[in-house]
Design a protein around this ligand. Structure first.
Ligand SMILES: Cc1ncc(COP(=O)(O)O)c(C=O)c1O
Length: 407
């Protein structure tokens, strides 16, 4: 039936697509499913008691402030804490460089609002984070992809693309979603050098940087960029850095932050006013209470231990069960690994059969901006318990073996 709304949708709604992952999460809610699909943290490590105590304290000590409208700029003690933390990693930032957002997803959307005109070209890794593509497609972005290998974005392939007129570069340097792979130190430096040479800014999306299970911490792109310029007290370089409390505390609080030059923070604030006025005051205050005094550092150590074990169980299981000809990444951190099947197989077809065996994953094609990746899949190892990971990989391997036999 037609309604009077049908002809009134803005043009951008034609570009909007339902996220394959959100669709899949519906399946993951089924109790009988072993889900390797979403990017969900382990519920067993949520700091429920700490949040309960923090809520109580926040309401006792800041009751009215918690429940009142707040400023779009965000809760100052939280911004100062984030700035202190960033400073420890070697970048001079103040609270004026920080904007709390309702998840990093909102920061991606606000970046789209302030920078993207229809037809603008955004340079993305191939594959890349689906949520960014979704956010920016709505503003009419076009995507130019850069190849990706074991050391992350192949920066040697950047130069000709940068000459083609690029609005900004989107990079996921640590334990990338979806592949789990990390941008090498040399390539971080190369990226900064080229961005500077061609005058193209960088969006660095880093939800997983704290979740390293082996190897040396690598400095963030924003930190390396700041080291190439005179170290003023307030960062004003080429990078907008995003991170989040979703993977280290809890995604349900929808709390993340952007670090950027102050004039960009001001533009983001204007965009945010129109979007949601401000990030939940209650969540900012309670999260500050939970995170301050060192709890977050200790908690991250626990998460690393739990996720390292789950990653290892998944890697061992893949080794034990998968038939020959299947390859997968060995991430040094984060939440995901990436499986490549023989090209004769289609991960979407396998997905339906896997679901019949009560196992879910994300077919990899969704993470590409072109028609590649039909034979790839993203597996999450943080959400399921070790025994379930083993069982799920066993079932998935059987499904894959059956498909190979049919070919
Ligand atoms: C690369 C990347 N960016 C952004 C997000 C969104 O995070 P948030 O929960 O802070 O909105 C995610 C979530 O999985 C992600 O993987």
């Amino acid at each position: 039936m037609q309604t009077l709304w049908d002809y009134r949708y803005a043009q951008r709604t034609q570009w909007m697509k339902e996220s394959a992952i959100r669709e899949l999460l519906k399946f993951s809610e089924r109790k009988d499913i072993i889900s390797f699909a979403g990017g969900m943290p382990a519920p067993e490590v949520f700091p429920i008691d700490e949040f309960r105590k923090a809520c109580d304290k926040a309401l006792r000590e800041h009751g009215a402030e918690c429940l009142q409208y707040g400023s779009t700029d965000g809760y100052l003690p939280l911004r100062e804490m984030i700035a202190r933390h960033a400073t420890r990693y070697g970048i001079n930032v103040t609270a004026d460089n920080i904007l709390p957002t309702s998840g990093s997803q909102q920061a991606l959307d606000l970046i789209g609002r302030i920078f993207i005109n229809p037809g603008d070209r955004i340079l993305v890794e191939s594959p890349t984070y689906l949520g960014a593509l979704q956010a920016w497609i709505a503003y009419g972005a076009e995507f130019i992809s850069v190849p990706f290998d074991q050391d992350g974005m192949v920066t040697d392939k950047l130069e000709d693309r940068l000459r083609a007129g690029i609005k900004f570069i989107y990079v996921l340097p640590n334990f990338q979603n979806p592949t789990g792979l990390t941008l090498s130190y040399e390539r971080r430096l190369h990226l900064i050098e080229l961005a500077d040479k061609y005058g193209v800014p960088i969006i660095e999306d880093d939800p997983y940087g704290q979740l390293r299970y082996e190897g040396e911490h690598l400095p963030a792109v924003v930190v390396l960029d700041s080291q190439t310029r005179s170290q003023d007290t307030c960062y004003s370089g080429n990078v907008i850095y995003l991170s989040t409390f979703s993977k280290t505390l809890a995604p349900g609080i929808r709390l993340a932050w952007a670090i950027a030059p102050p004039e960009i923070i001001q533009k983001l604030i204007l965009a945010k006013q129109g979007a949601d006025l401000h990030t939940s005051t209650f969540n900012q205050i309670t999260t500050f209470e939970v995170a301050k005094d060192g709890f977050l550092n200790d908690h991250v150590k626990l998460i690393r231990k739990v996720y390292r074990e789950r990653r290892d169980v998944m890697l061992d299981s893949l080794e034990e069960h998968m038939p020959p000809g299947i390859k997968w990444t060995h991430p040094k951190g984060g939440l995901f690994l990436w499986v490549t099947l023989p090209t004769i197989l289609d991960a979407k077809v396998i997905f339906d059969d896997a679901l019949n065996k009560s196992v879910a994953f994300v077919p990899g094609a969704s993470f590409f901006t072109d028609d590649r990746g039909h034979n790839t899949m993203r597996l999450n190892f943080s959400n399921a318990k070790p025994e379930m990971i083993n069982e799920g990989i066993g079932r998935l391997s059987e499904v894959i073996k059956n498909h190979i036999m049919k070919k």
